[in-house]
Design a protein. Structure first.
Length: 133
């Protein structure tokens, strides 16, 4: 296995990081599902244990629906759990936040590479012109 030798990163570190990431994602998902279920119970004013179970099952699907799940989750976290709205936003919009950061960094890196390619093209054109003379 050459991966660890080439990158200097052992597979144990990578597998530990994957396990930690999975634990983090599952923990965040449990909070999100619970907040969405509480928001639906608040909106529909449900106080029946059987219906709460049905709502929990429904919230499993609604939670991961873009924009609908996070908005309901924020309602549940702020109005039912009495959380600060900034923490609720962070809980539900962290993938968009980190995705935006990654996209910004990637686009800057891509623009820098494109600029370097243009400068190499200009240098190559000058070399060809000199060679033709």
């Amino acid at each position: 296995n050459n991966f660890g030798k080439r990158t200097g990163v052992g597979l144990n570190k990578i597998s530990s990081l994957l396990i930690l990431s999975a634990f983090f994602y599952i923990t965040i998902s449990i909070f999100q599902i619970s907040a969405v279920a509480d928001a639906i119970k608040l909106i529909l004013m449900i106080d029946n244990t059987f219906l709460e179970g049905i709502i929990f099952i429904v919230s499993l699907f609604i939670t991961f629906t873009p924009f609908v799940g996070p908005i309901l989750g924020i309602i549940g976290a702020v109005f039912v759990w009495d959380w600060n709205i900034l923490f609720a936003l962070l809980l539900f919009f962290w993938p968009y936040f980190f995705g935006g950061i990654a996209w910004t960094l990637f686009s800057k890196n891509k623009a820098r590479k494109r600029e370097e390619e243009k400068s190499f093209d200009a240098e190559d054109a000058e070399i060809i012109e000199e060679w033709k003379k």
